[in-house]
Design a protein around this ligand. Structure first.
Ligand code: URA
Ligand code: SF4
Length: 213
């Protein structure tokens, strides 16, 4: 019997590609986050996408709909991709953590995002690794610090390294040569105050343009 300390690995199917992974993920008990979430949210997009974008975790809307980036942050991402000349339907979108982590506000009505901790991120990594292996993209883009640190190491600083082409760690390299790039999370654009918002959005677009080229 698998136990939570082992993380997600024990729940991954042996074969069957993305379809089998997507079917299996909701049964994952690799960490405690499955308990309060509505469902696991797996990645979405073409199985042979040249570009894979990884965010942090599903948000409130994604948790209820079962699809990544379909809430407010997803709309910012859509606009940024369009401005960078990248077609969203040609991109594979996913998250480093597949279940929504949240806390309730004092009245118990709204569900407020909580950042997944290192243990949860590490527990969930096998799903992301499997997606990267199956899709075999040319470039993996990490949206925000949680996603970037999950794969590039806890010392990684998005503020310092954003917008630069990096090399994906060997264990994910496989037979295709793959590059990585880190940028801010689209929700950071939503969190910035009015005067800063345009600049934050433009910064995200500028980083994504590095990939489009
Ligand atoms: N933020 C993320 O990181 N991922 C989503 O799917 C939605 C919001
Ligand atoms: Fe499994 Fe990831 Fe969900 Fe934790 S967050 S239960 S590791 S799918």
């Amino acid at each position: 019997m698998a136990n939570q300390a082992e993380g997600a690995q024990a729940y991954l199917p042996d074969g069957g590609g993305l379809t089998a992974l997507r079917e299996a993920v909701d049964g994952c008990r690799g960490c405690a986050l499955y308990r309060d979430a509505t469902q696991a949210v797996f990645g979405a997009g073409p199985a042979a996408a040249r570009l894979l974008l990884a965010g942090e975790q599903p948000g409130d809307v994604e948790d209820r709909r079962g699809e990544p980036f379909v809430g407010p942050a997803g709309r910012v991402l859509d606009d940024a991709l369009e401005a960078a000349g990248i077609a969203r339907d040609e991109v594979y979108l996913t998250n480093v953590v597949k279940h929504f982590k949240f806390t309730r506000d004092e009245r118990g009505t709204r569900r407020l995002h909580r950042t997944p901790n290192r243990t949860e991120v590490v527990a969930c990594r096998p799903w992301l690794d499997a997606e990267i292996r199956e899709v075999g993209p040319e470039v993996v883009v990490f949206l925000g610090a949680t996603a970037a640190k999950a794969v590039l190491g806890s010392q990684f600083r998005v503020t310092r390294e954003r917008g630069r082409l990096l090399t994906l760690p060997d264990e994910l390299g496989g037979d295709t040569t793959r590059s990585a790039l880190a940028t801010v999370h689209p929700s950071s654009v939503l969190r910035s105050d009015r005067e800063q918002r345009r600049a934050a959005f433009d910064g995200l677009v500028e980083d994504l343009r590095v990939i489009a080229r």
